[in-house]
Design a binder for this molecule. Structure first.
Ligand code: ADP
Ligand code: MG
Ligand code: MG
Length: 209
């Protein structure tokens, strides 16, 4: 199929939540080594609010599902929750229809990337979620221009996001709390960047090629 409808969006968010659950302890450990150790709790609470606010399958559209995610993340303590919340809001706004095409998703994700960068000022190489999000967004834009299916496009985005997240092992932070530890965090992946990879991997797996 060429569109992500409400049911597919629900599966995507649910799978993201499950992947996060099985990775939460590891992500908290990363934030403990390079930040203040609250990342796992912050995102777990955001996902709990998101699940509670999801529309029922019979009423779900792409937009209402991502609006629920936005509301769930926006009200979260810490830096990353509100940034994810603003990102999901722009994704929700990417389509005016009940289901999103690849071009809609690519546009929404690129708009959300701009919003995060406007608010947080981070660029690629600063050791933040941007290191995974920017290459994923670029891959989606190329896939949309090529006429890829959502499954193909999200798989390419997932591979780009994972590579971007892995790249943060060798980076010294220029934004966020990880700047406080500097060189000590060398070898530690950025938890926000890993979470971006989980999000796209969940999408690639559940939306299908
Ligand atoms: P806090 O550092 O306030 O405790 P969290 O632990 O919730 O926040 O989130 C940390 C994550 O936030 C980092 O892994 C990083 O990806 C992301 N982050 C921090 N600062 C920025 C920024 N300026 N721009 C984008 N992402 C950022
Ligand atoms: Mg933290
Ligand atoms: Mg904190």
């Amino acid at each position: 199929t060429n569109f992500i409808n409400g049911t597919a969006a629900l599966t995507w968010i649910t799978s993201f939540s499950e992947r996060f659950d099985s990775t939460q302890a590891y992500l908290t450990e990363l934030d403990r080594l390079a930040g203040d150790g609250d990342f796992g709790v912050n995102i777990a609470s955001a996902l709990e609010r998101t699940r509670a606010g999801l529309p029922p399958a019979t009423e779900a559209t792409f937009t209402t599902v991502f609006q629920a995610a936005s509301r769930g993340f926006m009200a979260t303590g810490g830096t990353s929750g509100p940034l994810f919340g603003m990102w999901f809001r722009d994704i929700a706004k990417g389509t005016k229809n009940d289901a999103a095409a690849v071009t809609d998703i690519a546009q929404g994700i690129a708009a959300g990337l701009s919003t995060i960068q406007k608010l947080g000022g981070a660029r690629v190489g600063d050791n933040t979620m941007i290191d995974a999000l920017e290459p994923a967004s670029a891959a989606l834009t190329v896939a949309a221009e090529r006429g890829s299916t959502p499954g193909e496009a999200l798989l390419e985005a997932a591979l780009a996001a994972r590579a971007g997240a892995e790249s943060t092992a060798n980076l010294i932070a220029a934004r966020g709390r990880a700047t406080y530890v500097g060189e000590l965090a060398r070898g530690v992946l950025d938890p926000g960047a890993v979470t971006i990879a989980l999000f796209f991997e969940a999408g690639a797996d559940t939306v299908g090629a």
